[in-house]
Each structure stands twice: as C-alpha cells, then as structure tokens.
Design a protein around this ligand. Structure first.
Ligand code: VGL
Ligand code: ZN
Length: 197
C-alpha cells in the first residue's frame, strides 16, 4: 500500500479570526504538521475563490450568509466571502508544514463551488487529483483538516466511491456544524465505507 495524507483547507479564513472561522480550527495545525512524516506522500488542498464567486452571499442581492439557494447543480449554502485568491485569508495557517508533494487548489470557477478535492459540486468536473494519485500508485488515503462536515466530508466520500481506502482522523478535523451537517457527514462517510477514527 502506498499511503498519502490529504490535508484539507488548513487556511487562515477557516481558523479563529478568519472570514469563515471554524471553532478550534487552529488547534489541529500542530498535530497535522507532525503527522506528515508518517506518509509516502503529502497533499495539501487550498480553497481558492475569485472575488465575486457565486458561493458568496455577497454575489446575490438580498441574500444573507448561511442562507441556502438552488444552483443548477443543487442546493448551495451561501458563505461569507472567504479564501479569495492571493489574500491572507487564503494562505495556509503559519504553523502548517507546506513542504508536501502537491498543493491542489479548488473553487476557482466563478459559477460553481468545489468542496471536494476530487470533483466540483456538480460531482462531474474533475480537479485532476484522482489521476495524480493513481499515476503515483497511491491507494490509501488519510484525511484531516477543515471543515469536517464540508470539504473533508465531500473529499472522503468521493475518494471512497472512487475505490480508495479512506480514513478520516476526526481529532485532526473541526466542523462548521450548520443545520445538522456534522451528524449527516458522519453518517454519509460511514455509509460509503470511510473509516472514522
Ligand atoms: C469549505 C465552505 C466553503 C471547507 C470551503 O473548506 O470546508 N466550506 N468553502
Ligand atoms: Zn469555499
């Protein structure tokens, strides 16, 4: 087995003080950095939106952050502006080791959100990560990062459906927990064979 650690969106905007702060988001950074030495490959993801991204409430007249609208690809939570390309908020937390093998950016298409590291939210448009992992012979993935119930969840479910053996280390994740999303994420991951530890 060739094993990769996938570190999801450990960026300033998802940490306390950031635009879409996840409670305790900064508490996991040291543990994630320390875990990297145990893997054959380390891949970091970065939420990377252009200004005016359609997942932002500010892009829709009269919509408040955390409301939900219908997009062509399904329901979309409208977020505060976050992880704008090149901003401090989009940068990795300063204590995160960033000397991994690959940094994959997602959410850069204005009209579609991308929670998963594998597919945009239409569940069809690929990011290229699957091909990268397969051509390197990587078959076992451990996922950590932010947020447990959105980007970690979507990435883990897609990876399991693609046939990777997937483990999520819950102590190295933190959740947004919006409208039951935490328990829904746990159930959804378990259903497709993701191991939660
Ligand atoms: C995320 C909401 C919006 C995440 C990204 O990284 O979980 N959540 N964009
Ligand atoms: Zn985002």
């Amino acid at each position: 087995m060739t094993k990769a650690l996938i570190v999801i969106d450990v960026q300033n905007d998802f940490c306390p003080g950031g635009a879409l702060a996840v409670a305790g988001g900064d508490e996991i950074v040291g543990g994630i950095s320390a875990l990297m030495a145990d893997f054959d490959a380390v891949i970091l993801t970065q939420d990377w939106h252009p200004a005016g991204h359609l997942s932002f409430a500010s892009s829709h007249d009269g919509q408040d952050p955390m409301s939900v609208i219908q997009m062509p690809y399904g329901p979309q939570v409208l977020w505060p502006d976050h992880c704008i390309q090149g901003s401090d908020g989009a940068a990795f937390h300063k204590d995160l080791r960033t000397d991994g093998d690959l940094i994959i950016r997602k959410g850069f298409n204005t009209t579609i959100d991308s929670y998963s590291a594998f597919f945009e939210n239409d569940h069809t448009t690929p990011t290229g990560l699957e091909g990268y992992l397969r051509t390197r012979g990587i078959d076992e993935l451990t996922m950590v990062g932010l947020a447990f119930d959105f980007c970690v969840n979507y990435s883990a479910v897609d990876a399991a459906k693609l046939g990777f053996k997937v483990t999520v280390r819950e102590e190295l994740c933190r959740a947004i927990d919006f409208d039951g999303s935490f328990s829904a994420a746990r159930a959804g991951m378990t259903d497709v064979g993701v191991t939660l530890v």
